[in-house]
Write a protein that binds this ligand. Structure first.
Ligand code: HEC
Length: 276
């Protein structure tokens, strides 16, 4: 019995190594060992390394990213997956499981009704590259895996960075799955800071304007009210303090203030400017 198992393992190992060394890097190591890999594969880390970072982020990054679409590393997932397109609001930029209905694919294939083919002003992506991005979407558009076992949960404001226009979403991504029931309990507040505090606008996840876009990791989007945000200065606050702090599934409170220790409110201030 022992002998047979050994023999089978050997034959698997041999067939894995046979041929041109496909799937191995220059040193013969499996490609997965280097982040993103040397060849494009159907996962977001690889697509980020081979497509988004080199071909898209010269335009799609920072506060001036067109249509609020940032594609830099660490935020591209939250900006794409289950996020409505600005140009075609009836479509999601990436609809997990459905590449044909994903506006990202329409923009890459040049079939979108609005605007240009991406990358704008550059050569179209090769069909094989688009096929790999389609496969990532068809397989559920997973986020890169994260190691959430040790550290405290943290949040990142993906949009806006400083300013936004009146019809944009506010998007915040966590580094792991958070307890959605806590998000629904009034721990997210938004107020206009250029008005008297008593007139503060407070919203909770049970109200329709706050959407849970993803849970692996948690992505929270806050939609504009009908007619858009009023101009002015705002403060978004996500509670990391007692009595009710947002926490992960292990009841670890968020490190809202970024000091490396659980606890502290997460605060994002920004201005709403022109109406688009
Ligand atoms: C030279 C600048 C530039 C580059 C490079 C670029 N884009 Fe764009 N992108 C734009 C602009 C400007 C718009 C809005 C106007 C339009 O659609 O033509 C846009 C719109 C988009 C939209 C529509 C967003 C929405 O919410 O409707 C998607 C998706 C997109 N780009 C993806 C990409 C991807 C993926 C790449 C890289 C492969 C890329 N872009 C490269 C400038 C660029």
């Amino acid at each position: 019995m022992q002998k047979r198992v050994t023999a089978c393992l050997a034959c698997i190992a041999l067939s894995g190594c046979a041929g041109s060394g496909e799937g191995l890097d220059a040193n013969g190591r499996p490609l997965e060992e280097s982040e993103g890999g040397d060849v494009l594969t159907a996962n977001l880390a690889s697509i980020q390394t081979h497509v988004f970072t080199p071909m898209c982020t010269n335009c799609h990054s920072g506060a001036a990213a067109p249509l609020g679409l940032r594609l830099d590393e660490g935020v591209s997932y939250a900006m794409l997956v289950n996020a409505p397109s600005v140009e075609a609001p009836a479509l999601l930029r990436v609809a997990p499981g459905d590449p044909d209905a994903s506006y990202l694919i329409h923009k890459l294939e040049g079939t979108a009704q609005v605007g240009g083919r991406m990358p704008l002003n550059g050569p179209a992506l090769p069909a094989e590259t688009i096929a790999v991005i389609r496969q990532w979407i068809a397989e559920g558009a997973q986020a890169p895996s994260q190691d959430a076992s040790s550290s405290v949960p943290s949040l990142t404001a993906v949009w806006p960075m400083q300013r936004m226009s009146s019809h944009e979403h506010i998007v915040v991504v966590a580094d792991r799955e958070l307890d959605a029931t806590l998000l629904a309990a009034g721990t997210i507040t938004l107020r206009k800071t250029d008005e008297a505090a008593e007139r503060a606008l407070v919203q909770g996840l049970d109200l329709p304007r706050i959407e849970l876009r993803s849970q692996l990791p948690t992505v929270v989007a806050i939609a504009p009210p009908d007619g858009g945000w009023a101009r002015g200065a705002y403060e978004l606050r996500i509670s990391g303090n007692a009595p009710l702090a947002v926490a992960d599934l292990n009841s670890r409170a968020i490190d809202g203030d970024g000091d490396g220790i659980a606890g502290g409110d997460f605060v994002l201030t920004f201005k709403v400017e022109e109406t688009r």
